[in-house]
Design a protein around this ligand. Structure first.
Ligand SMILES: C[S@@+](CC[C@H](N)C(=O)[O-])C[C@H]1O[C@@H](n2cnc3c(N)ncnc32)[C@H](O)[C@@H]1O
Length: 439
């Protein structure tokens, strides 16, 4: 089954300011990272700009003992950017597959000769076990590849698993190289963000064996260039929930800057974003496994999540964490609950929105003790309008931060987003920008 329901919110046109504002407008996106060493090893469309992170860190005049922290690390942009300017950093990420990708990227500092010879050995092994026909029974995987390409990808995967087993940190860069070529070797189209559209086709498809070695060469080139430039700083990434940061006691009171982009309340399904990769590696059988293997850990920002948890609106609204916005949140969620009854899809946006703000309120509470007394926090955030009802995310998050003990907030818009609703009934102008919060 291929789920496209998540597109309801995402069929949007980004309105970029002309020329001068273009770079600023892209600060919230991953586009520019595709030309940056290491950042470009895996295309994570949910990511933000490393150059912007770097600039922002440098503007803060951090002391040698200070830390930059990213509670929603994703593919590791903040941590890699902090490392590149010699600043200590820490992060958490609770999507197991994305966390493994970020950890693999952060393990870049290895001898390239060894990586290259390991890759060549793996390729030889893959060639020796190559089967005439692919073995996959997954409908998504079969639709995404021609049989020759798929048999080769499976040979690379099986050679990897035979050699290194399922144990993590065995040879993570080889694992990352195989993972990172899965989309360029697929003949299926990709949608906005990173969903796969098996019914659409792409013009340019690369042979898996060629793509694998090309990816390894890219890794080696980047590692060599980076080794020449990079100074040493402490960098740590924990597989951990941003709503509960107690395990990070070693950086308590040492975070001078939080730079992050949390999920938005816009129905984007981070679990589904890696469905192709996780299915290929055998971590899930298909869409139905995503809730128990990934989604249940994450901030509740999509209706699949709130529906699966069978949330009760009254319980969410009664949560003390959202008391600062309870009045407005109740009005919006009640409207969403009413509108839902008039819609065929009966999406659970009402509980999604309420749960989202409960989760982010808990994140603010968890962040506070990590921060120094003069810390600054920047969330790259966008608002949303499920069923055409505006959810003022930046303002509510600012108010929740102050309620959690931070002192003040401001919002700086970086771009407008015009939503083209699937049903064309609602057009609510949306925006994306920086929510700055002071400790
Ligand atoms: C907008 S993305 C961040 C992307 C990142 N800035 C980058 O450049 O790669 C938000 C991330 O938050 C993660 N996330 C969601 N819920 C989380 C939670 N409870 N704890 C930690 N991370 C979570 C998602 O898996 C996703 O990778």
């Amino acid at each position: 089954m291929f789920q496209q329901s998540t597109f309801d919110f995402l069929e949007e046109t980004v309105v970029l300011p002309k020329k001068a504002g273009l770079r600023l407008a892209r600060a919230g996106t991953f586009t520019d990272n595709m030309s940056l060493p290491i950042h470009r090893w895996f295309r994570y469309s949910a990511g933000f700009s490393a150059e912007w992170v770097k600039r922002t860190i440098l503007e803060q005049n951090l002391e040698p003992d200070d830390y930059v922290f990213d509670p929603f690390t994703g593919s590791g942009t903040t941590l890699l950017a902090a490392q590149s300017v010699g600043v200590n950093s820490a992060g958490t990420e609770y999507h197991p597959f994305i966390c493994r990708i970020a950890k693999a990227k952060l393990s870049w500092n290895i001898p390239t000769e060894r990586l290259f010879s390991d890759a060549e050995e793996l390729l030889e092994k893959a060639k020796s076990i190559l089967k005439a026909a692919p073995a996959s029974e997954s409908e998504l995987i079969i639709k995404c590849y021609n049989p020759v390409a798929l048999a080769r990808l499976e040979a690379l995967r099986d050679a990897y698993l035979d050699t290194y087993g399922a144990t993590k940190n065995s040879n993570e860069l080889l694992w990352l190289a195989i993972t990172a070529i899965l989309r360029e070797c697929s003949g299926a189209g990709t949608a906005q963000w990173q969903y796969i559209l098996p019914n659409k086709t792409k013009a340019r498809v690369i042979d898996p064996f060629t793509a694998f070695m090309a990816r390894i060469k890219l890794f080696c080139e980047d590692i060599q260039n980076t080794k020449r430039q990079r100074s040493i700083a402490d960098t740590r990434l924990e597989f951990c929930d941003a709503r509960d940061l107690n395990s990070l006691s070693s950086i308590k009171g040492r975070v001078k800057l939080v730079l992050t982009s949390p999920p938005y309340p816009n129905n984007y399904d981070y679990a589904d974003a890696t469905r192709l990769e996780m299915t290929f590696w055998g971590e899930i059988k298909g869409w139905g496994d995503l809730q128990k293997s990934v989604r249940h850990r994450l901030i509740r920002s999509c209706s699949q999540h709130s529906a699966a948890e069978k949330l009760v609106l009254g319980d969410l609204l009664a949560d003390p964490a959202v008391r600062a916005i309870r009045h407005e949140l109740t009005a919006v969620c009640t409207d969403l609950q009413d509108i839902r009854e008039t819609k065929g899809g009966k999406k659970t946006y009402h509980t999604m929105v309420a749960a989202y703000f409960v989760d982010l309120a808990k994140t603010w509470q968890a962040l506070l003790p990590l921060c120094t007394n003069d810390a600054a926090v920047c969330f790259v955030i966008g608002d949303s309008a499920p069923y055409g009802i505006h959810v003022p995310a930046e303002r509510w998050l600012g108010e929740l931060a102050v309620d959690a003990g931070f002192s003040s907030w401001t919002f700086e818009k970086i771009r407008d987003r015009n939503i083209k609703w699937k049903n064309r009934k609602h057009r609510v102008p949306l925006k994306e920008g920086y929510l700055w919060v002071k400790r």
